[in-house]
Write a protein that binds this ligand. Structure first.
Ligand SMILES: Cc1cc2nc3c(=O)[nH]c(=O)nc-3n(C[C@H](O)[C@H](O)[C@H](O)COP(=O)(O)O)c2cc1C
Length: 485
């Protein structure tokens, strides 16, 4: 028999701790975002569809990005116990300088399209957090303005070798003069990737006012207000070169770039040089043998070749061949600090975040990018503590294995995940866990053939369609997980 007492008003008062009301809408919105996926949802609400889809989307069936994210989700961590890790040191040395955390901001083109503060917000937030910021050739803030936004931090410049080589050489010179310390030479864009969402949305750069875009704007007037009342959206470092925006994009993708260009650029660039977009072991070995300062294993966030190799899977193979002293970096699909920790454990010296940064930017400008960095920082620190390591050097390949997937992929982020969430209404249990202890769960019965498997079996079905047509995908995928290397 439970002994009962009359409630003591003092105790009740202690339990009811009223939260201080917060009147800053943006601040509250951002504090409520606990994950990058939460920031993505806020970003989606606040950004016109065409601009959001340009950022969120990828090429063709979007398989490269879905698989890259899936690979990170399929990590299995192996912690050590009873190892003091009260304080963790997340700092590292990368390309001749410090970084407070093992990630930096990836180059993204047309950033002010997503939110008007654009690269200024990214560079400022990166500088404040002590991590590097990378400006794209197709950036919408000039080299000099990025330097002004991040005067004491590390700025990196990403180079597209344009058809008009002199224009590229001019940018290299300007970036060097502005004190940028590293050049990322992007090599995975001989032609533009085929981004279906952009076609379907009738997306154009710069955005055009059509009946469709105006209707889409109605619930997001602040975006157009920002767009129309701030400096013109243009490729800031290239504006003096003339040509329309379309001409410049056409110029950026040059199928004739080659190792000769690499040699020329190396001659001109006084700082560190990194090749971004490496996608196989022989290329990685060749580049390290040629003496480049680093490589980024990347498929451009799935925006170029669809069904490209998953960088996270490529990582251990490349590290094994080029040796652990070579500077191997990785991007594509990073949505959680744990993804970054796993990458470091498997030998990456550094990582880059593209969309995770842009979701924060769209969710709340500079404060949103600060929030992205804060979320990733806490996830990195917590994962390290839970693994029982207190510095990045202590992370080893033995800390991570990869579950081998033998069933259709589940999709935890993005459009497909939203479709799944809609298809699976949340059921409220009749009895609470406290009042009715749950019976031990029987092992899941193997399904004869799940709806997901059936859908995926149809030729020509994309994962997105599969997820939209069935609510069974995640369950089926979970059943298909087996531990492996
Ligand atoms: C909207 C957008 C624009 C991008 N623009 C560029 C670019 O101009 N140059 C470049 O080298 N990479 C560009 N990227 C690729 C990123 O640098 C990075 O490789 C990719 O975003 C990493 O994947 P993640 O978005 O999953 O983190 C872009 C990516 C996005 C999402």
């Amino acid at each position: 028999m439970v002994k009962r007492q009359f409630p003591n008003p003092k105790d009740v008062f202690e339990y009811v701790q009223l939260k201080k009301p917060s009147f800053g809408g943006k601040e509250r919105r951002l504090q409520d975002a606990l994950t990058i996926a939460d920031l993505r949802l806020i970003a989606k609400r606040r950004t016109p569809k065409a601009a959001f889809d340009y950022t969120d989307g990828a090429a063709e069936g979007e398989l490269s990005i879905l698989r890259a994210r899936q690979a990170f989700e399929d990590i299995e961590f192996h912690p050590d116990i009873l190892r003091p890790a009260e304080d963790v040191d997340t700092s590292t040395q990368i390309l001749g300088g410090p970084s407070a955390m093992p990630f930096g901001i990836a180059p993204t083109g047309f950033t002010r399209l997503m939110q008007t503060e654009g690269e200024t917000a990214g560079a400022g937030a990166a500088g404040a957090a002590g991590i590097p910021f990378t400006l794209s050739t197709l950036g919408t803030t000039s080299i000099e303005d990025v330097k002004a936004a991040n005067p004491h931090g590390r700025n990196w410049f990403q180079l597209y070798v344009l058809r008009d080589r002199e224009v590229s050489y001019g940018l290299v010179k300007r970036a060097a003069e502005a004190g940028f310390d590293t050049l990322h030479f992007t090599v995975d864009t001989p032609v533009a990737g085929n981004r279906m969402r952009d076609y379907r949305n009738g997306f154009s750069i710069p955005p055009q006012l059509t009946v469709k875009t105006v209707l889409d704007t109605l619930p997001r007037p602040w975006w157009w207000f920002d767009f129309l009342t701030t400096p013109k959206l243009e490729f800031a470092s290239l504006k003096s070169t003339g040509g329309t925006v379309g001409d410049l994009i056409g110029q950026a993708m040059d199928p004739t770039i080659s190792y000769e260009d690499l040699a020329t650029i190396r001659e001109m660039w006084p700082g560190k040089i990194v090749i971004k977009g490496v996608q196989n072991v022989p290329d990685a070995v060749k580049l390290i043998d040629l003496g480049v300062d680093g490589i980024v294993l990347s498929n451009h966030g799935g925006r170029q070749l669809d069904r490209a190799p998953i960088p996270f899977h490529l990582l251990p193979k490349v590290v094994r061949e080029v040796g652990k002293d070579a500077t191997v970096m990785i991007d594509t699909g990073i949505m959680n600090g744990a993804d970054i920790v796993a990458s470091v454990a498997l030998g990456a010296k550094f990582t880059l975040i593209g969309r995770a940064y842009l979701y924060g930017l769209m969710a709340g400008g500079r404060a949103g990018v600060d929030r992205t960095i804060a979320i990733l920082r806490s996830e990195i620190e917590r994962t390290m503590k839970l693994l029982g390591v207190s510095s990045l050097e202590e992370l080893e390949p033995r800390h991570v294995t990869q579950l081998t997937r033998v069933a259709p992929v589940s999709v935890a982020y993005g459009e497909a995940a939203e479709a799944l969430a809609k298809a699976q209404p949340v059921r409220t249990p009749r009895a609470t866990a406290a009042s009715k202890p749950a019976a031990p769960k029987a092992p899941a019965k193997p399904r004869a053939k799940s709806a997901a498997a059936k859908t995926a079996a149809k030729p020509g079905t994309t994962p997105l369609e599969a997820a939209e047509q069935t609510s069974d995908t995640v369950g089926a995928a979970e059943e298909g997980l087996t531990p492996g290397r």
